[in-house]
Write a protein that binds this ligand. Structure first.
Ligand code: IPT
Length: 984
């Protein structure tokens, strides 16, 4: 058997795993430039390959930075698959065509290690199999791409120049265990270091820092593998202990301590010194425990408001950068995210220091996923096959040992989507023995046989009700006994709300259940960031590549673009929605006052204040600050409304209330807003019907408006503006295209249950099948009336008898042009509509003008993602109204338009007079049809117009790219609609 098909984890020369410790022992970094060459086919295993011989000449080789991925440095190309294996499912074998990188560099070593000490060579991450030679002798080999490996190289080092050579195979038996939904990115992508291990040093430390939740008494229980005597010191708690030998080691009662929680990440500095070495740790005292079906941290329910986070960067891939990581974490905190699942592998070790310090509840996941075996009914699944047992347990050990000292880590996860099997059960057993202080998570343990929490991904709301409230359906995939076991545990959603493209919808509905059911301990949105890789078209235009863009024969397209943050770091409107839904202080306003409830785990409200402002038609009238009463977690209060402002209300009056930081949090600016709510005050002035004047100049003109023979507007006040044309099509979102569970797309919404058939056709395919993207229009009539013009249009697709009939009624008054739009379905409809409205063509030059509107904003919103939208006056560039999602799709809809000003165009809703709802608007440089036929933004044609869509309604977003469809109450079923606007 060749090494690449060896299912064991690595050579016996690997050292046992241990904690990543901050030590005063010297470290030599081998990062930097290495000589590099790539073979398309894995070379035969050879005892000492020629390139590893110190005398070999590599002067002609390329150079590559370490850490990096070779496919992002000009050698070969990345491959994206979700659960598909990009090689045959033929375990443990991989094809001969196996890109293999050879790395080589020299370094100087100025003499023997400190007296009696050792030198350890450490790799923090290499994908997927590495074999290492030092000075022509084999050091060993290892797998486990996102895990650390150490070798003792003391005997192989020479003083003076040393030559290290590493061969990295992209594919190996280990690849079967690394089938995560991400790019396959081979190479040495984390640090390579030489650690001087002093004689009489400290090899490993396991600090258990417990805090009794009621008394607050701390207990410091330290396991060490070290030379004695040891000095243990935690000055802040008066700890200064000397342990002369192993029998002195004892748990230390340290008196009352502050708890570490994600909201108040209190750390204490601990140092441990042996005669040869000092290590420093940042200790957080907290107890994580399960009591019945509750998961508690420091005695209080631990609710995850979290995201799944991959390490991904558009240029560097999985190469870690601390500045970027910190920025990511700050952005999370600013959006009320306080938990992370390290999907689906351990992050760079330094990341957890940041999580400890900035405060996040972390579920730390092992580097294990065998998802592709799902497609072969889990036959030969490695997690249930004895030949992979060692590799599975090895991975878990390396996960736990490296990161066991981090207070942020509150749960271990065995991996992701790996079916179930005895190797997983053994991993759990080993973990429980090694670290009884943290519960064990693994979603694939559907029976709850070896895990401590019940975990599900993408359940429909009905399923959550059934798990947490009255049981109305069987527990997912298991019989009554296992079901009862699962329902008796704390319940978490390790993945939900698939943030792919525009969406996800229904965040508020999920959060309502988190609030309602104590058993439900929150969850983790899938996922934090798009994984697009920065690329360029042949003519130099930048874009973010997804699956298939590198010519991969097997790939999963844009499924890797499913983050709350776009590839370039831009937060999406979905993130704004999440922040609002996850407000730490639940805030609402009505005539009775401002209602507040502290939903936090640990924090009070002392650091916050209430800011209010009153606006008439979006223009500020009055504002002020109200002191916030001290509310402990769980407490509520109602504050009186601010005193009434003025006598009369001009236009629409809104009170906006914001809960803001009084000073600056460590992760954001002073005044950072954590919650926001609005309430409409008073009533607007009702205008009576105005007198109407018919002012035909000639056949084609009403006032300043010119129409064509069919009754379409062609210009107004000499502005070329044409249309409007009835429209049902929106460029499908990723969720519209999704085919995952829970389709509500049946003729009768009342018949759907919320857990529809798997693989029902996507909304987009039903819309396309019925031709909603290609309506053909026929003007039924154009009539001149006493006050203007009425045009009736019938719009149906080719070879169809379903469509809509629209009436456009134009009237003119005092130089203003009034348009009333009414539409009704025609024929027998059996699917939802993406949108219903009409589209105007404006001159493309108008896109240079800023758009100012009074309506909802600042971001786009949709029926099931509208919590973050507020009513106000907003300004944006036209470009800024759209979101550059991974692939072009519906974006920019803003319902509730009162008034829009764009250059010479002034448009206002006429709802007060007509009683019709205010329209939603969208300004786009491309039609929905153009957007839906492009795979990337750079494929869009040049703009022929600036399109103004005025929609009577849009369909919700849902989460069906991977999860439930749009809820019936947010779906747009065919119905009669209308709006009315005035152009000035
Ligand atoms: C789920 C995976 O766990 C996750 O890695 C990601 O692929 C996600 O889907 C979709 O983006 S698995 C799915 C079959 C529910």
């Amino acid at each position: 058997m060749t090494r690449v098909s060896d299912p064991t984890p690595g050579s016996p020369s690997r050292l046992p795993p241990r904690a990543a410790l901050r030590s005063d022992a010297p470290v030599v970094r081998l990062d930097g430039e290495w000589a590099f060459r790539l073979h398309e086919t894995a070379p035969e295993d050879d005892a000492v390959p020629a390139f590893a011989d110190p005398s070999a000449d590599v002067s002609g080789w390329d150079r590559i930075p370490v850490p990096s991925h070779w496919v992002l440095n000009g050698h070969g190309h990345p491959t994206y698959t979700n659960l598909q294996y990009p090689f045959p499912i033929d375990p443990p074998f991989v094809p001969d065509a196996n890109p293999t990188g050879e790395y080589r560099r020299t370094f100087d070593w100025d003499g023997p290690a400190r007296e009696g000490g050792r030198v350890v060579l450490r790799f923090d991450g290499v994908e997927s199999l590495a074999t290492v030679w030092l000075n022509g002798r084999e050091v060993g080999w290892f797998t486990g791409s996102r895990l650390a490996t150490e070798f003792d190289v003391t005997e192989l080092l020479v003083s003076g120049e040393n030559v290290i050579a590493v061969r990295v195979n992209q594919w190996s038996a280990a690849s079967y265990l690394e089938d995560q939904d991400q790019w396959w990115l081979p190479g040495i992508f984390r640090d390579v270091t030489l650690l001087v291990r002093p004689a009489h040093g400290i090899d490993d430390v396991f600090v258990h820092a417990d805090r009794e939740p009621v008394t607050g008494e701390g207990l410091l229980d330290i396991e060490v593998q070290a030379a004695f005597p040891l000095q243990v010191s935690l000055p802040e708690l008066g700890v200064d202990e000397t342990w002369a030998g192993p029998t002195d080691v004892r748990a230390l009662a340290v008196g009352r301590v502050d708890a570490w929680t994600a909201e108040i990440p209190r750390l204490y500095d601990l140092t441990i010194s042996s005669p040869g070495e000092t290590v420093s740790l940042r200790v957080g005292f907290r107890r994580i425990e399960i009591v019945g079906d509750r998961l508690l941290a420091d005695g209080r329910p631990l609710v995850f408001r979290g995201v799944n986070r991959h390490e991904t960067h558009p240029d560097r891939g999985r190469v870690f950068d601390e500045v970027d990581a910190r920025r990511d974490l700050e952005l999370m905190r600013r959006n009320n995210i306080t938990a992370i699942r390290t999907a689906h592998q351990p992050p760079h070790p330094r990341f957890l220091d940041l999580a400890d310090e900035m405060g996040f509840w972390v579920i730390l996941e092992c580097d294990l996923e065998t998802h592709g075996f799902w497609d072969v009914e889990w036959r030969d699944n490695p997690t249930d096959d004895p030949q992979w047992r060692a590799a599975c347990i090895d991975r878990m050990r390396r996960t736990v040992e490296r990161d066991k000292n981090h207070p942020s880590v509150v749960m271990w996860s065995l991996g992701n989507e790996s079916g179930t099997g005895r190797n997983l059960a053994e991993m759990a057993e080993w973990t429980r023995r090694r670290d009884p202080s943290r519960p064990i998570h693994y979603e694939g343990d559907t029976e709850g046989a070896y895990t401590d929490v019940y975990s599900r991904m993408y359940p429909a709301l009905e399923e959550i009700h059934s798990v947490c409230g009255e049981q109305t359906m069987g527990v997912h995939e298991v019989g009554p006994a296992a079901g009862a076991r699962q329902r008796a545990k704390p319940f978490i959603l390790c993945e939900y709300a698939h943030a792919m493209g525009n969406g996800p919808g229904a965040l508020a509905e999920y959060e309502e259940l988190v609030d309602r059911y104590p058993r439900l301990h929150g969850g983790f949105v899938w996922e934090w960031r798009d994984h697009g890789l920065r690329s360029r078209t042949p003519d130099g235009r930048e874009f973010f590549a997804y699956g298939g863009d590198f010519g991969e024969p097997v790939h999963d397209g844009p499924f890797v673009m499913d983050g709350l943050v776009l590839s370039d770091g831009t937060p999406s409107p979905g993130l704004g929605e999440l922040a609002t839904v996850w407000a730490p202080i639940a805030t609402s306003v009505d005539d009775d006052g401002i209602h507040l409830r502290n939903r936090q785990h640990t924090l009070g409200t002392e650091h916050l204040e209430v800011r209010w402002r009153v606006e008439d038609d979006g223009v500020g009238v009055e504002s002020g600050v109200i002191e916030l009463p001290a509310l402990a977690p769980g407490e509520s209060s109602t504050l009186p409304l601010p005193p009434p402002v003025g006598e009369t209300v001009q236009g629409e009056r809104w009170l906006t209330v914001e809960i803001a930081w009084r000073h600056a949090p460590s992760w954001g600016p002073a005044g950072h807003v954590v919650a926001r709510a609005q309430h409409r005050l008073g009533v607007e002035l009702q205008l009576g019907p105005a007198p109407l004047y018919a002012s035909w100049c000639d056949d084609r003109r009403i006032g300043d408006a010119v129409f064509d023979a069919r009754g379409y507007l062609s210009s107004w006040q000499s502005l070329p503006i044409s249309g409007p044309v009835p429209e049902l099509w929106r460029a499908p979102t990723e969720n519209d295209r999704g085919k995952s569970s829970g389709s509500y797309e049946t003729a009768d919404p009342a018949l759907t249950s919320g857990r529809g058939e798997e693989e029902a056709p996507s909304a987009a395919s039903r819309w396309l099948e019925r031709g909603l993207d290609r309506l053909q229009h026929r003007v039924l009539s154009v009539e001149r009336t006493a006050s203007g013009l009425v045009q009736r249009v019938r719009s149906l697709p080719a070879h169809a008898s379903i469509g809509i009939e629209s009436t456009f009624e134009w009237t003119v008054e005092d130089g203003a042009l009034r348009l009333r739009f009414d539409a009704r379905p025609v024929g027998e409809w059996d699917c939802t509509w993406p949108r219903v409205g009409a589209r105007f063509a404006l001159p493309v030059e108008l896109s240079d003008a800023p758009a100012t509107w009074f309506g909802t904003g600042p971001a786009e919103s949709y029926p099931d993602s509208a919590t973050a939208a507020t009513v106000g006056r907003f300004v944006s560039t036209v470009d800024g109204l759209a979101v550059t999602y991974g692939r072009p799709q519906e974006t920019g809809h803003r319902p509730g338009l009162r008034r829009l000003d764009l250059g010479p165009l002034h448009l206002a809703s006429d709802d007060a007079r007509t009683g019709l709802p205010q329209p939603g608007f969208q300004l786009s440089l491309h039609t929905a049809q153009e957007l839906s036929s492009a795979g990337h933004h750079h494929e869009l044609p040049p703009s022929s117009a600036l399109w103004l869509y005025l929609d009577a309604a849009q369909h919700g977003l849902g989460s069906r790219a991977c999860g439930p469809d749009v809820l019936p109450r947010h779906a747009l079923w065919p119905r009669s609609v209308g709006w009315s606007v005035v152009l000035r």
